[in-house]
Design a protein around this ligand. Structure first.
Ligand SMILES: [Zn+2]
Length: 239
């Protein structure tokens, strides 16, 4: 179930059925790391089964790429320590107090706090809304953080960009791999619905300057840097 990028990098592919994003795994000599917590306990279990099949150790840390539900609602089902930037954590703190009844969810749609797309998929993932538990992170950083896994490093960087102000990327220089969450996508919440040209251009510059070969996206198959840059340049031209 887990796909192999290299002997130290694996991922559980995204699944559109209930909008489950890609979950990443970085195998270190000292400890291992997971990228994003998934959208539910079922999603986390699937990832752990994938680790077991390959004889991989459970991750010591989980790095969150941004606050959106599909990347964070698995946090409550994890034993690992969770790392997030302070913008992500601030948002998680807010959502922690939300109630998950049909009525509360409808009210949030009306107020614009939630969007139709997420409401639909949350209801598809959670037949029983009472199962939803939102938890904040354990380790909070400001702009960047480096993890030394012994044989390789995770460079965690808050980049913002067109999708969400708190978008964080994880770069593994030794493997030339970059996990991006949804950082290059257009925004979806109120006030950020359109593709922000300025933010996309700024994010493109960060990508150009970062040395990687494989880009692992939250909702697409991995792609090469060349293909990614070409596609985003086309997108930028069309805006
Ligand atoms: Zn997202």
């Amino acid at each position: 179930m887990l796909k192999e990028v290299s002997k130290n990098i694996y991922y559980l592919p995204h699944d559109e059925t209930t909008d489950r994003p890609t979950l990443g795994y970085i195998r270190g000599k000292e400890f291992s790391v997971m990228i994003d917590s998934g959208n539910s306990k079922r999603h986390v279990d699937l990832f752990y089964n994938g680790l077991k099949e390959r004889g991989l150790e459970p991750p010591k840390f989980v790095i969150i790429t941004h606050w959106h539900w599909d990347h964070t609602f698995g946090i409550a089902s994890l034993n690992s320590k969770v790392i997030a930037n302070k913008l992500t954590n601030r948002q998680l703190k807010k959502i922690e107090s939300w109630k998950w009844t049909d009525k509360d969810m409808k009210e949030r749609l009306e107020s614009g706090e939630e969007i139709e797309f997420c409401d639909k998929y949350i209801r598809l993932e959670y037949k029983d809304l009472n199962e939803i538990k939102v938890k904040t992170a354990d380790i909070i950083f400001d702009k960047s953080l480096t993890l030394d896994l012994g044989n390789l490093h995770c460079e965690i960087l808050l980049v913002g960009g067109p999708h969400s102000k708190d978008s964080t990327i994880v770069w593994i220089p030794e493997e030339k791999v970059l996990f991006s969450g949804d950082a290059d996508c257009e925004g979806c919440y109120s006030g950020e619905e359109n593709y922000n040209k300025y933010e996309l251009a700024r994010y493109l510059n960060i990508l150009r300057e970062t040395e990687f070969e494989t880009y692992i996206h939250g909702h697409c198959e991995p792609m090469s840097k060349t293909k990614l840059i070409n596609e985003l340049e086309e997108e930028l031209k069309s805006l």
